[in-house]
Design a binder for this molecule. Structure first.
Ligand code: TLP
Length: 343
């Protein structure tokens, strides 16, 4: 194993910086199950405001944010329409079926993007023997597609279809911050067409834990009840909310660096000719590439020997994710090592 390990597995692997730890230490706290933690309340208000929603609820994870959104806006037997590669359908342990009793209707998009027409066509007419279509769920940025930003005209078109057909609209905005930095559009605008939006503080923003679900007061009240039912009521959790507030204030703009480094890594990989990758398709901090003749597992094992960690996203697909604990030098070192082995 080479001396320095370059961890590109996820933007979740970052460690809290000193300023963040100080903010956590200094946090004013109270019992949040009684609604008495001032720092949690401040975080919830800050995020609701950023997203242009009435209320937001602090939850332990992105999965819980998404699943609460589904539970609060559906009934058992309903159907949720989503893109085939989305996190809700692929990486949440089948939660929607178990926790909400709904089925997911997955539709194959192009680079993770659905069109309004695809959504319209997926909405069943409503015979009593059919599952009741109730919710459409989108993801921005789209993780499995490679950090792809949802174009707003497409989102607005899908929102129009959902409204017209009486369906709710949820956004898995775990990386909405990346989409905002990439497009220059405020989060409020990206979140505007959605009834509910889940966001994560523990991905590129570098907080150790924490997500929020935002929406109308009514839907958040329902989600609040289910959060308690699912064991997600937390006590003096201002310690964690303080990390989130710090991350929002100090780390959002830095995401542009992750995006630049992702492009640099993708260009370096493309120049090698040993992998299938188009750097032009790298929108944000995620680099997804195909292996040409070996399974992803074999390439990942070789990379690990060279001190580079990435993750498989399919039998022949590998993901590298840039994050704030990496530097320009780390990207160059990673490319150097990859060139030595595969060039
Ligand atoms: N994604 C993780 C893995 O689960 C794949 C990662 O390393 O990217 N929505 C999206 C779009 C996500 O990418 C993730 C995490 C979540 C939701 C869930 O967040 P957590 O892990 O906090 O429950």
């Amino acid at each position: 194993m080479t001396a320095t390990l370059i961890d590109l597995r996820s933007d979740t692997v970052t460690r809290p910086v000193e300023g963040m730890r100080r903010a956590m230490y200094d946090a004013e706290v109270g019992d949040d199950v009684f609604g008495e933690d001032p720092t949690v309340l401040r975080l919830q208000e800050t995020v609701a405001d950023l997203l242009g929603k009435e209320r937001a609820l602090f939850v332990p994870s992105g999965v819980m944010g998404n699943q609460l959104a589904i539970r609060a806006q559906t009934q058992p037997g309903d159907e949720v329409i989503c893109e085939a590669g989305c996190h809700v359908a692929n990486y949440e342990s089948g939660a929607a079926g178990v926790l909400s009793g709904v089925q997911l209707r997955t539709v194959q998009g192009e680079r993770g993007l659905l069109t309004p027409r695809q959504v319209e066509d997926a909405i069943r007419p409503g015979a009593y023997w059919e599952p009741q279509p109730r919710l459409v769920s989108l993801e921005n940025t789209h993780n499995k597609a490679g950090g792809v930003v949802q174009p707003q005209p497409l989102v607005r078109g899908i929102a129009d279809v959902a409204r017209r057909r009486g369906l709710g609209l949820h956004l898995d905005g775990a990386r909405i911050w990346n989409a905002a930095v990439r497009t220059g559009l405020p989060e409020k605008e990206l979140a505007g067409p959605f009834d509910t939006v889940s966001v994560c503080l523990s991905k590129g923003l570098g907080a150790p834990v924490g997500s929020l679900l935002a929406g109308s007061a009514e839907v958040i009240e329902r989600a609040h009840r289910f959060r308690k039912m699912w064991g997600g009521g937390m006590r003096q959790v201002g310690i964690l909310a303080a990390a989130g507030l710090y991350a929002l204030e100090h780390h959002r703009a830095d995401l542009a660096l992750d995006h630049e480094r992702a492009r640099r890594l993708a260009t370096g990989l493309a120049d090698l000719g040993a992998f299938g990758i188009d750097p032009e398709e790298v929108d944000t901090n995620i680099v997804m590439f195909e292996t040409l003749d070996q399974p992803a597992a074999a390439i990942l094992a070789a990379l690990r020997e060279d001190g580079i960690l990435m993750v498989p996203f399919g039998p022949r697909t590998i993901r590298a994710t840039l994050h704030r604990d990496l530097s320009d030098a780390d990207v160059e070192t990673a490319l150097e090592r990859i060139r030595t082995r595969f060039g």
